[in-house]
Design a protein around this ligand. Structure first.
Ligand SMILES: [Fe+2]
Length: 386
C-alpha cells in the first residue's frame, strides 16, 4: 500500500508581469510594512531590486535593501544580514534573485528572529523557532527555492555545505514573473536550467520519493528539457522563459518534498571547495551518476526518458536508458556546458576532500543506489575522463 505525506503552504503567483502585483499580495497575506529586500550586486546593476523597492514604497511599505548576497552563500553573510534585519527592525524578508538570494533570505529570516548560526540549526544544536515571513521573487529558472523548505549555506571555516531544512523556512509567498528572468545571460540560463532538470530527476528517482513529487517531476522534466535550449539561444523568447520558470517551480515542488541525490552531493562538494556555480557543478556529474545508478533504477530512468520524449513506449527499459544518456549528453553539449576537467579551479589533489564532503552530505542516503567512498571515487574518475 502506498503511504506518503505532502505539504506546502506557499502562496504561488505565476505570470508575465506578476511581480508588479507584489505589494497587493503582501498586503493580502498580512506581511508587515518593514521589508528587508535581500539581493545581490549583479541585480542591483540591472536595477531590478530598486524598481521593486520603489513600487513597494508607493504602496506604503518601508523597503530596505540588503545587497550582500554571494554565489554559494556563506554563513558569515547570513549573520551580517541577520544583523541588518535586527537594526532595521524588519517585519519580513523578501528575496529578489536566484537560489543564493533566496537561501540567504531564508537564513536571515531564521537568524534574525531566533539568533545563532546556520550550523547550529543544521547540526541539531538549536531547534527551528518561528522565522520572519519570507517572500521570493526568483530571477533565475533553476533552484525552486521559492517553494522549498531548505536553504544550502556554506560554513566558511570548514568549507562544508550545510542544509537548513524545516517547514518554517518555506516561503509564504512566491511570485514568479518570467519577465524577471529575461535578462539572464545565456551561460547562467544554461547552468541554472540544468540544476532545475537535476532537481526533477533526482526528486523523481531518489529513495524518499513519493507519488506527488513524482507527478511534479514528470511534468517538470519535459518542460525543462525542451525549453532550456530555446531560452539559451534566444534570451528574449518569453514563451521559453515562462516554460523554464514553470519547469523550475514544478521541479522545486518535486524535490522539495522528497530529496536530491548523488549529483547534488558531488555538486555541493565542488561548490564548497571552489565556488563553482551550482548548476555547472551539477552538470559535470550528471552523466557519470546516471550511469552509476542505472543498474539500480533502470526502469525509473526509462520512465524519465519516456516523459522527456526521448524514448517511446515500445523501447525496452535498457534501450530507453541508453537513449536518455545519449539525449542528455547532446543536450549538455548544445548548452556549451564544460566538463569537469575543463573547470580551471578544480585540482586533482583535492579529490579525497571532494569524496569526503560528498559522502558526508545527508542526501547520499537518498541516492537510488547505495554509495561508498570508492563509488564516489569511481564517479569522479569518470567525470574527469569525459
Ligand atoms: Fe540544486
Amino acid at each position: 500500500m502506498t503511504s506518503f505525506s505532502y505539504a506546502i503552504a506557499t502562496d504561488i503567483q505565476f505570470g508575465e508581469g506578476a511581480s508588479r502585483q507584489l505589494a497587493h499580495h503582501l498586503l493580502r497575506l498580512g506581511f508587515g510594512r518593514r521589508l528587508l529586500l535581500v539581493t545581490d550586486a549583479g541585480l542591483m546593476e540591472a536595477g531590478i531590486p530598486q524598481s521593486v523597492a520603489a513600487s513597494l514604497q508607493e504602496s506604503g511599505f518601508m523597503p530596505q535593501l540588503f545587497t550582500q548576497v554571494q554565489p554559494n552563500p556563506r554563513d558569515e553573510d547570513c549573520l551580517i544580514g541577520a544583523d541588518a534585519f535586527l537594526r532595521f527592525r524588519a517585519d519580513a524578508v523578501i528575496a529578489i534573485g536566484g537560489g543564493s538570494a533566496m537561501d540567504t533570505a531564508k537564513a536571515i529570516a531564521l537568524l534574525g528572529r531566533q539568533g545563532g548560526t546556520p550550523a547550529e540549526y543544521a547540526d541539531g544544536h538549536r531547534t527551528y523557532g518561528a522565522t520572519a515571513p519570507i517572500a521570493c521573487l526568483p530571477t533565475t529558472a533553476g533552484t525552486g527555492s521559492e517553494v522549498t523548505r531548505s536553504a544550502v549555506i556554506t560554513e566558511t571555516k570548514s568549507h562544508r555545505k550545510i542544509t537548513l531544512k524545516h517547514e518554517r523556512l518555506r516561503p509564504a509567498l512566491a511570485v514568479l514573473d518570467p519577465l524577471l528572468t529575461r535578462s539572464l545571460p545565456p551561460a547562467i540560463t544554461a547552468a541554472t536550467g540544468v540544476d532545475a532538470l537535476v532537481h526533477a530527476l533526482e526528486g523523481y528517482t531518489c529513495t524518499v520519493t513519493q507519488p506527488v513529487s513524482q507527478a511534479f517531476g514528470a511534468a517538470a522534466m519535459p518542460l525543462i528539457y525542451r525549453a532550456l535550449p530555446k531560452a539559451y539561444r534566444q534570451p528574449d523568447d518569453l514563451a521559453a522563459r515562462s516554460d523554464m520558470l514553470l519547469g523550475s517551480l514544478l521541479a522545486g515542488l518535486c524535490f522539495g518534498s522528497s530529496d536530491v541525490a548523488a549529483v547534488h552531493c558531488l555538486a555541493e562538494a565542488l561548490g564548497s571547495l571552489y565556488d563553482t556555480p551550482h548548476g555547472l557543478a551539477n552538470a559535470v556529474f550528471l552523466l557519470p551518476v546516471l550511469r552509476y545508478n542505472a543498474s539500480a533504477c533502470g526502469s525509473q530512468y526509462a520512465n524519465v526518458a519516456r516523459h522527456m520524449g526521448v524514448a517511446d513506449a515500445k523501447l525496452s527499459d535498457g534501450d530507453a536508458v541508453a537513449a536518455l544518456l545519449d539525449a542528455l549528453g547532446a543536450w549538455l553539449h548544445d548548452l556549451s556546458i564544460p566538463t569537469l576537467s575543463r573547470l580551471p579551479e578544480v585540482r586533482r589533489e583535492d579529490d579525497e576532500r571532494l569524496v569526503a564532503l560528498a559522502l558526508a552530505n545527508g542526501s547520499t542516503a537518498s541516492n537510488p543506489r547505495p554509495l561508498a567512498a570508492d563509488d564516489y571515487r569511481a564517479i569522479l574518475e569518470e567525470a574527469y575522463r569525459m
